[in-house]
Design a protein around this ligand. Sequence first.
Ligand code: PLP
Length: 282
Amino acid sequence: RVVYLNGQYVPESEARISVLDRGFLFADGVYEVIPVYGGCLLQEDEHLQRLVRSLEQVRLPNPLSLPQWKSVFAELLRLNPGPERGIYLQVTRGAARRDHAFPKAAEPTVLVMVNPISLPDAELLKTGVAAVTLSDDRWSRCDIKSISLLPNVLARQQAVEQGAAEAILIRQGLAVEGAASNLFVVADGVIVTPPKDRHLLPGITRDLVIELAQQQGYPVMESVIPEDQLSVAQEIWLTSSTREILPVTRLNETPVGDGKPGPAWQQMHAHYQRFKKERQAL
Ligand code: PLP
């Protein structure tokens, strides 16, 4: 596997970064994940816009222009062929003597790599997944796609240890999002997802699902989801670039709706697959 590191394409086994890298010492950096189907980068511009915003918010200069980012992606995809892949990129504030304040002179570290992604298989989509609710122990800037993911890691691990695929995070009585996914519920026939604010990541898949649902004329509402709404929701979905739209059929050991992926999910899943196919055909 070949990765891009600071202007060079190198075998992964030869890619080296300094032990003083601020990504390693402070998690001082941001990242993106872009799904690739066939040769098509899904919502590439939206992902790059979010990257630009994340960089601005943590006061890191964008090390590459948008065309440069795109040409790195294209070259890496050429060097790492495969059917379903995810581009992972991260930018850190670079290597400098350890001090919390920004270093005066440090070059950002830029890493881009291509990972195989395994989408939820047909079997999983037939049964749906289990989720558990956990308290949201993250900071107040979850809108930044920061590489500082320890609370997300701990939440996901706790979910896995409880036999679940994802943790739904609860902050001040509200269900906010998953450890690595956005949250949707279907309540009284309306598709509901929390509005964007500093407590959740503005998911690219979330926006796409809203757009596709609106195009189809489904009622969609951006509104807070009190924790107790989860237990009466007809359907619960989790969205992300690598898991698309995942139906949650058990929450805290209790069936959601009738315990099977619901009709609204079936339809949205089909629209999403059609959208992907159309993009690949372009
Ligand atoms: N929320 C969090 C905390 C995430 O880490 C992710 C993605 O990894 C998402 C939501 C979904 O975002 P996207 O649809 O852009 O992949």
